[in-house]
Design a protein around this ligand. Structure first.
Ligand code: SF4
Length: 227
């Protein structure tokens, strides 16, 4: 499969935020989100066999632990990725899959924790979520909405209620979008939507969602890759 990078860092998002994690970033994406911070994964990368990926994950984290498959859009390489995820699970790893949910997720092994990033109106890629994937969601999974303004927030709020998300998944995450080319200050000034404002809306509407900040942007320079 085509791989951009494999590295070990701290998980920056989801309910697993803060835990050590090996990231396997697959090359290629079929979407172009306006705030995407992973454009370097759209092209290039290098071919690796499943054995080579397993060896590298093992080298970085020999005592099992957390592995996130990310991209790009990993499910574009579904044919090779599904067996790889199963091998990682068999090897004792906890496997997370970060995906937009634009591709069908029915073949993802049940034990994989899916983090599904449903695109909001101002992402530049609205209406890309594959609605049949709602049936593929389970109690380990999490659904994330990256929000850049009130329109995005209302879309996410209504989506959660309309599709009964809190009954389907472990967590619903509302995360302020981050400036694409941010660098320097490691604070909320780079958020396209002020987390304080978002918090106020969530409290006012009593939204059954968890505020999520990308903690890696607050630990390292926001421009730094592979963290
Ligand atoms: S789906 Fe992810 S990798 Fe692809 S453009 Fe959107 S944010 Fe970037």
């Amino acid at each position: 499969m085509q791989i951009t990078e494999i590295y070990r860092s701290l998980q920056g998002e989801s309910t697993y935020a803060g835990l050590p994690c090996v990231f396997v970033r697959l090359t290629g994406c079929n979407l172009r989100c306006s705030w995407c911070d992973s454009e370097y994964a759209f092209y290039g990368g290098h071919k690796m066999t499943s054995d080579e990926v397993m060896d590298e994950v093992w080298r970085l984290s020999p005592s099992a632990g957390l592995v996130e498959i990310t991209g790009g859009e990993p499910m574009l390489q579904e044919r090779e990725l599904v067996p790889l995820m199963q091998r990682l699970l068999n090897g004792g790893y906890t496997v997370m899959l970060e995906t937009s949910g634009e591709r069908p997720l029915a073949r993802v092994p049940r034990e994989v924790i899916k983090i599904v990033d449903v695109k909001c109106p101002n992402s530049g890629e609205p209406d890309t979520f594959h609605y049949e994937n709602l049936e593929a969601l389970g109690p380990r999974d999490e659904v994330k909405f990256v929000l850049s303004d009130r329109v995005d927030y209302e879309f996410a709020r209504d989506f959660v209620v309309r599709h009964g998300l809190t009954r389907r998944v472990n967590a619903v995450l509302f995360s302020p979008a981050f400036e694409k080319n941010a660098r320097g200050a490691r604070d909320a000034s780079h958020c396209l939507l002020d987390p304080q404002e978002l918090s106020g809306w969530m409290l006012s509407d009593n939204v059954p969602a968890r505020l999520g900040l990308q903690i890696h942007k607050f630990i390292w320079d926001p421009a730094k890759k592979a963290v």
